[in-house]
Design a protein. Structure first.
Length: 548
């Protein structure tokens, strides 16, 4: 084990790799400038009503310059933070790249968050300007009416783009290096408050390079983005990666199961990145329908949530297309490992089905991976421990959160908080598996929820003496949210009243769907909840899809 003199030394070690990597051939700015002479398609956008617009690289570059000009007219300087509050929209993609052209930092806001968390994100990230889709403006205006958010300038984004035609003067190209911050992505922590993951332009490009090499993405490849672009998966895999290689991408406003494969066929898409929830939706929908032809389609990239063997088997058997399973976090920019593409069918199925969990594969070139014990020491093959990552795609730090940084980089690697193990193949390559989380995050449909936040609500419900939120295995969402409840003396079991209360105070996705009653809440000797000890009590709801 190495020893380190400071947190900065630990982070520096965690953001490097022992093997050599060639220098990045491009910056985001130089890639944008390549678009001046490129008339091929970069971005196609389909809204939920079926309206379609398409932009070439040259057209996209021109829109980026206009938006960059607008940013400068607002007095924004390199390093300033801009929030984007939007659903998937082509304008938001332009806003991202224009910010990076100017050396600004994008803070994507998930509109599905409650007002308190949006308020926290805007304050914690020190946002100066917020770009808000018109349909969300009144809500954000109410949030920003607080005195501490009065300085945030709100810009309404509508289809006319009139807001961006007000800039005057000459566009100046700022000077900054490749390690300039580009994104602050807020991800839930076990304390309930989200943590701001700071990613640089280099982080984005290094992960995009590794993903493109792994999936053999070239200028001829067509990808599709169905995941929200406020999340690194949607942004890095299906926007930045095709942009890095000169490929094209189709951005979908909102996933609709009945339109998914027809769109792939019509747009001649080769690769899509999804979460396990979408695989379950598709398998269920096509169970009694004619299957799509998918002549151009190659494979699914799948990660960002627990994939079960059952869901993987059913999808691959039905559609005859491989799931290239992988793993990563916002803190590692996006993906850190994948199953190899060149496996035989027998090898692929073995790694996916034969070890109790689908393998998340082997590390990409941007990073190394290992399994550590609690002291930061590597464990033996097959032994469970914490998945750790070290590489050029590891974040710069958590923003304004020294305590979280100390915990995450304790031993000079990024500690994921996820439990796993590895098995070696005949060539000695380590294939990794994730078995659960050492941290208590509940991952539902690729979105992270902190159970302590949910605990607070359940404990206020009628008749509840004590309660904990429990993430239980679910075929539809990877995990679903349940409540384990100890009742007050004399109270009767009233699941409906508890669930109603929770749904009144939490978004549907975050609210418990099932209540299990028990005599007492299991805790450790130090008083910490032991959620895993009761997760098995929710087994009966594993195959149930819960809807609003």
């Amino acid at each position: 084990m190495m020893s380190f003199n400071s947190l900065e030394d630990k982070i520096s070690h965690a953001r490097s790799v022992k093997h050599s990597l060639p220098p990045l051939p491009f910056t985001i700015v130089s890639l944008l400038k390549k678009g001046i002479e490129n008339s091929s398609s970069f971005l196609t956008y389909l809204d939920q009503n079926g309206n379609r617009v398409e932009f070439s690289y040259r057209e996209f570059y021109e829109m980026v310059l206009a938006t960059a000009h607008f940013y400068q007219s607002q007095g924004l300087q390199v390093g300033d933070k801009i929030a984007t509050i939007s659903h998937n929209h082509w304008q938001t993609v332009v806003q991202y790249f224009a910010a990076w052209f100017c050396g600004l930092v994008i803070v994507p806001v998930n509109i599905g968050e409650d007002d308190n968390r949006i308020e926290y994100i805007l304050k914690n990230a020190e946002v100066k300007l917020a770009l808000v889709r018109d349909s969300y403006l009144s809500r954000i205006e109410d949030i920003c009416a607080l005195p501490e958010l009065n300085a945030v300038k709100l810009i309404e984004c509508g289809e006319s783009l009139t807001s961006f035609s007000l800039a005057e003067g000459v566009l100046k190209e700022p000077s900054f290096d490749i390690d300039t911050e580009a994104l602050i992505v807020f991800t839930s922590g076990t304390t309930g408050n989200p943590k701001g993951v700071v990613l640089s332009q280099k982080n984005l490009l290094e992960d995009a390079r590794s993903i493109s090499e792994w999936h053999q993405i070239t200028a001829e490849t067509r990808m599709m983005c169905v995941l929200p672009i406020h999340h690194v998966n949607g942004t890095v895999v299906t926007l930045l990666t095709p942009f890095y290689t000169g490929a094209s991408t189709v951005l979908i406003e909102k996933f609709k199961v009945e339109q998914f494969f027809p769109t792939i066929e019509k747009e001649k898409v080769h690769i899509v990145s999804v979460v396990p929830t979408l695989l379950q939706y598709l398998t269920s929908y096509y169970g009694d329908k004619a299957l799509p032809k998918l002549e151009d389609f190659k494979h699914m990239i799948c990660g960002a949530g627990p994939l079960t063997i059952n869901v993987a088997k059913n999808f691959e058997a039905l559609f005859g297309k491989p799931i290239v399973h992988g793993y990563g976090l916002s803190e590692t920019t996006c993906y850190s490992c994948f199953l190899p593409l060149n496996l035989s069918l027998k090898e692929h199925q073995s790694w996916m089905y034969d070890f109790g969990f689908p393998s998340i594969g082997v590390p990409i070139s941007a990073n190394e991976m290992d399994i550590h014990d609690e002291f930061g020491k590597s464990v033996a093959e097959g032994e469970r421990g914490e998945i750790v990552v070290r590489g050029v795609n590891v974040m710069k730090r958590y923003f304004n959160n020294i305590e979280a940084n100390e915990e995450a980089f304790t031993h000079g690697w990024f500690r994921t908080g996820d439990e796993g193990f590895y098995k070696k193949d005949k060539n000695g390559d380590a294939y990794f598996f994730i078995t659960g989380r050492l941290k208590e995050l509940i991952i539902r449909g690729g979105m992270n929820f902190a159970p302590l936040e949910i605990d607070e609500v359940i404990n206020q419900a009628p008749g509840v003496k004590a309660a904990i939120a429990v993430g239980f295995e679910n075929d539809w969402y990877g995990e679903e949210v349940g409540a384990y409840v100890q009742l007050k003396e004399g109270a009767t079991e009233n699941e409906e009243a508890i669930l109603t209360y929770c749904h009144e105070h939490l978004p549907f996705a975050k609210a418990p769907k099932v209540v299990v009653f028990g005599e007492e809440i299991p805790v450790t000797s130090t008083g910490k909840y032991q959620r895993r000890k009761v997760a098995h009590l929710f087994q009966a709801w594993k195959e149930v899809q819960f809807r609003k």
